[in-house]
Design a protein around this ligand. Structure first.
Ligand code: SF4
Length: 342
């Protein structure tokens, strides 16, 4: 079983110590033998140990920067929510296809923000603007927040904060099974706890540094037992030899692990694998031995956000994916809500 994340190196921005969570984290890390460095800003996080970019990238992925979120303007987060709530950025996982490799560029370290009250106040403003419409906030747009929350508990705070609001909903997705501290959070049914799941082949070859499927499913069961609305995101759906059997087995395992009584409020989202040209370059640099298929001429080109085109599966392949997976979904989980396929 994958051990919960613990950083090799921790940086503190000076402003972080003005907040209770910053001081709490400082006290916690001082008790351990982790190296603590001070920095004036996360942009100053230089001189990470490592002889080359490859090694530095790996050290950065186990470096935690404790800081203050200055920009309190939230990004939009379609199609799963209205806004992205910024609690952390970066991730300790090593998924070869991860889009954070391009969005985080040369700064792949993990940042956690300690000014949670200010972040929640900003969220309250967004809710107020839309009320009485519900406003959904996605907490895992720029990190796998569950993967670090056993250290910070800022996600737990956000769950409890949203639980008290009339018009707020929280959602996030994870590939980590370290959920125990979140089970007693007072969520008030306003947080949808989602797990990213995949066929064994994809997890085995492309998702190192994350919890294995059986552990994710065990965690999902605990989350459902704790009465959270539950969701599964099958992503990225990746065509490989035997993919139909692979995804069938995944659904079968899911069916065994989540009994009928825990299916009251269950959602599914399907997301096909895609890549951009800049992403391809970064993936090949960070994971030079990857088996990930990134052939532009086998894919269909599609306009993406910010004008950067992305490569998705061909129209026929997309149809095949959608038909196959929705058939499995209807077989094993006819009561679940299917949200979208993109
Ligand atoms: S767990 Fe998610 S955020 Fe982390 S590396 Fe994998 S895909 Fe990226």
């Amino acid at each position: 079983m994958l051990k919960p994340f613990y950083p090799q190196l921790v940086y503190f921005e000076p402003g972080a110590l003005e907040y209770p969570l910053g001081r709490e984290l400082m006290a916690k890390f001082k008790e351990s033998d982790v190296e603590i460095r001070k920095t004036t800003s996360h942009n100053q996080v230089r001189n990470l140990p490592g002889e080359n970019d490859f090694q530095k990238y790996r050290v950065a992925k186990s470096t935690l920067v404790v800081g203050v979120r200055k920009t309190l303007k939230f990004d939009t987060s379609k199609p799963s929510a209205e806004y992205a709530i910024p609690l952390a950025t970066g991730c300790m996982g090593h998924c070869h296809y991860c889009y954070l490799q391009t969005t985080m560029g040369s700064k792949p370290y993990i940042r956690t923000y300690v000014n949670t009250e200010e972040i929640f106040d900003a969220a309250a403003q967004y809710m107020k603007e839309r009320a009485p419409e519900i406003t959904r906030f996605e907490a895992a747009c720029t990190s796998d927040i569950v993967g670090i929350d056993h250290l910070t508990h800022s996600l737990k705070q956000a769950i409890e904060y949203m639980g008290q609001t009339d018009y707020g909903r929280l959602r996030f997705v994870t590939k980590f099974s370290h959920v125990d501290h979140l089970l007693d959070a007072n969520h008030n049914y306003k947080t949808r706890f989602r797990f990213s799941i995949n066929a064994d082949y994809v997890i085995k070859y492309f998702e190192p540094g994350t919890s294995r499927l059986d552990d994710r499913l065990e965690a999902a069961r605990k989350v459902a037992e704790a009465d959270y609305p539950l969701g599964f995101i099958v992503a990225p759906i990746y065509l490989h030899e035997g993919w139909k059997e692979g995804y069938y087995t995944m659904f079968e395992k899911l069916h065994e692990q989540i009994p009928q009584r825990l299916r009251k409020d269950l959602t599914f989202e399907f997301i096909q694998h895609r890549f951009t040209k800049p992403a391809k370059k970064v993936i090949q640099k960070n994971y030079p031995m990857t088996k990930l298929e990134l052939e532009e001429n086998k894919r269909k080109w599609k306009w993406g956000r910010y004008g950067i085109g992305k490569y998705v599966y061909t129209t026929e392949e997309q149809e095949d994916i959608k038909n196959t997976l929705t058939e499995y979904l209807n077989t094993f989980f006819p009561e679940a809500a299917f949200e979208y396929f993109v």
